[in-house]
Design a protein around this ligand. Structure first.
Ligand code: PCA
Length: 198
């Protein structure tokens, strides 16, 4: 049976000219296994990121929402196990906001677990011969804000929600900084998506 996958990638931030998350999302095929993909590019702004994806989900009624973000310095494609109800940063977002000690959702639980099979997704990435690793922290910046917002909004519903962080592209990484070529990031995401209902 055909299923709807809302897949998102962030715009560049932090002085970068590209974001491998969006580059990879844009390069994915239109269908992966049972999933028909709908892509959304998301602003790196606390609060607004979640609103943009919630608006898109309100129109599409997806079975799965999978958000992709850049995690500079990581050496693997990393499905995120959980999100914290905390905004905490020393790096302004793309709207110039720098929230500290603030909840993503006032009154929400302290943390929420991803509703995607993250271990199976990691295994599928590795089985494809690519670097995959489970991450237990999505940070406290806009990616975590988006994941928490979505997990909170869809808790107890049929819509499953997850997040995958991807490394820098080689052209972004300075000496000694980990990176992954775009085609490998794309193949890792395909493997991970293929494992959602595997
Ligand atoms: N990575 C950032 C926000 C946007 C992105 O691609 C993060 O990890 O929070």
């Amino acid at each position: 049976m055909e299923k709807q996958l809302l897949i998102t990638g962030f715009e560049p931030f932090g002085g970068e000219k590209i974001n491998p998350a969006w580059e990879a999302v844009a390069a994915l095929p239109d269908r992966i296994g049972p999933f028909v993909l709908t892509r959304v590019r998301v602003p790196v702004e606390f609060g607004r990121a979640g609103q943009v994806v919630l608006d898109a989900a309100g129109k599409l009624h997806p079975d799965v929402i999978l958000c992709i973000g850049q995690a500079g310095g990581r050496n693997a494609v990393t499905p995120e196990a959980a999100a914290l109800n905390l905004r905490e940063t020393e790096q302004p977002d793309n709207a110039g906001r720098m929230p500290q000690d603030e909840p993503c959702v006032p009154g929400g639980e302290n943390a929420l677990f991803s509703t995607l099979p993250v271990r199976r997704m990691v295994q599928a990435i590795r089985d494809a011969g690519l670097p995959g690793k489970l991450s237990c922290s999505a940070g406290t910046y806009v990616c975590n804000d988006l994941l928490y917002t979505l997990l909170h909004a869809f808790r107890g519903s049929e819509t499953r929600v997850g997040f995958v962080h991807v490394p820098f592209l080689p052209e972004q990484a300075g000496d000694g900084v980990a990176s992954l070529p775009l085609d490998q990031t794309v193949r890792a995401l395909e493997a991970a998506i293929g494992a959602i209902d595997g």
